[in-house]
Design a protein around this ligand. Structure first.
Ligand code: PLA
Length: 455
């Protein structure tokens, strides 16, 4: 079977298979040598003196569009190099940050000799799950109180999205998912490989550098009834453009009238405005109306736990009975994937969320990170203005969250990398969290040169 297509009538299993076929065909196309597949009788015994590998036909795959930027950056010996690719917070000194409250929680965990390293349940740490649901849905959320939310601890935001997608592919009647155009580059892969059929809805208008609200409403309005719709809860990646509260309300009404199933990706709660509740408003709006929805949460950015891989998937159901059955099926998704999640990161989060003082300390540290990013926006904007760089750069201060979607094209990006050792994704996205007062002038010089030399 070649070039299998996801026709309307195919099952999730068929679609998963054709997604895999496309994925594999893609990897051989991306490779340097897709020819000569004669692997007949390639032995595993080593009797060929190690010359022929059973993997000889494996071609070199491309680097990831985001994480590959860090790979290239690491290879550059220049002392002035800057990594503005991946969204990872850096201090004014350009160093990764472990929050004080996280260090404190870790000390407490280490000092507690009653703590052991047993397996967690398939769904993860119970305290962590309950507290994560309250964090995103609100401490007084009726949905949580009525026990109609099931929350499972997953491997950060990505793992939560994937578990949610696998569950939907198996148990939800509609397999079309609409994702914004553009969106985080991993979204189509996560959903497609789970067997969902991925379509896009209009989101960003390059001419205004703002939301294409009409396009969005039109595309959601013509979506198949019951389709899944992916929303970024706040701080849309890569555009930094979020709907206003009024627009969210219109989106909610439309989504509910068409029985669309909202799937929120919340990777930046607290990072957009500096306030955890403000950044959860979009999600809470959809929970308040009593309808169902799904939320994938990440603690990578807001608690700085990137490599600990801490996240949660919550499915808000109509009633506790449904939630219980949904949870039983989530366990069947998780068990053959990674059995059960790691204990350390979730214990840190639970320790911080459980304790009033530590929670308070976290919000202060979180606000400081968000404020520093906002400050970098102002500094970069001012630096470009003082250089008289052609163009309207006000979007730098208008956009929200970790990234600025600069509008620089891939040629300009390549120029900045080559001539100025500035690393960023080829779509012109820069991580504002990777900037500091010391490095803003270098970036402004590079942007100025790119814009004036390569229109
Ligand atoms: N969802 C969105 C919208 C994201 O931007 C990211 C991370 C994730 C989910 C996944 O995060 P997690 O699995 O680490 O919790 N995006 C980053 C990193 C910060 C990445 O690409 O993996 C980015 O630079 O876009």
């Amino acid at each position: 079977m070649h070039g299998g297509n996801a026709s309307g009538s195919s099952s999730p299993a068929d679609r998963r298979l054709s997604a895999l076929v496309r994925h594999l065909e893609g990897s051989s196309r991306d490779g340097i040598d897709a020819g000569n597949h004669s692997i007949a009788a390639a032995p595993t015994s080593g009797s060929y003196g190690g010359r022929n590998s059973v993997f000889d036909h494996v071609v070199m795959g491309p680097e990831d569009p985001i994480l590959g930027v860090t790979v290239a950056y690491n290879k550059d010996p220049s002392p002035v190099k800057m990594n503005l690719g991946v969204g990872a917070y850096r201090t004014e000194e350009g160093k990764p940050l472990v929050l004080n409250v996280v260090r404190r929680a870790e000390q407490m965990l280490v000092n507690d000799s009653s703590r052991v390293k047993e397996y967690l349940p398939i769904v993860g740490l119970a305290d962590f799950n309950k507290l994560s649901a309250k964090l995103i849905l609100g401490a007084d959320s009726p949905a949580v109180q009525e026990n109609r939310v099931t929350t499972v601890q997953c491997l950060s935001g990505t793992g939560s999205l994937r578990v949610g997608a696998e569950f939907l592919a198996r148990h939800y009647h509609q397999h079309t998912i609409l994702i914004p155009q553009p969106t985080w580059g991993n979204h189509p892969k996560v959903f497609g490989l789970a067997g969902l059929s991925v379509k896009t809805y209009r989101y960003y208008d390059p001419s205004t550098r703002g939301l294409d609200f009409e396009g969005l409403m039109e595309d959601l309005g013509s979506a198949p009834s019951g389709a899944i719709v992916l929303f970024h809860a706040c701080a849309h990646n890569p555009t930094g453009v979020d709907p206003t509260a009024q627009q969210w309300e219109q989106i909610r009404q439309l989504a509910r009238s068409k029985a669309l199933l909202p799937f929120f990706d919340s990777a930046y709660q607290g990072f957009a405005s500096g306030n955890l509740d403000t950044d959860a408003q979009s999600v809470r709006m959809f929970v308040k109306d009593g309808g169902e929805c799904i939320v994938a949460q990440s603690f990578a950015k807001n608690m700085g736990l990137y490599g600990e891989r801490v996240g949660a998937l919550s499915i808000v159901c109509r009633n506790a009975d449904v939630a219980g059955r949904v949870e039983s099926q989530l366990k069947l998704v998780i068990r053959p994937m990674y059995s059960n999640p790691p204990i350390h990161g979730a214990s840190i989060v639970a320790t911080v969320l459980k304790d009033r003082n530590m929670f308070q300390e976290w919000t202060v540290e979180l606000k400081a990170m968000a404020d520093r990013i906002i400050n970098m926006r102002t500094q970069l904007f001012d630096a470009l203005r003082s250089r008289g760089t052609p163009g309207d750069w006000s979007h730098i201060i208008k956009q929200i969250g970790m990234f600025t979607f600069t509008g620089l094209n891939s040629k300009q990006v390549a120029f900045m990398t080559k001539e100025y050792h500035i690393y960023m994704t080829s779509d012109g996205r820069i991580s504002m969290a990777g900037l500091s007062s010391r490095t803003v002038p270098h970036l402004a010089d590079a942007i100025h040169a790119a814009v004036t030399r390569l229109a």
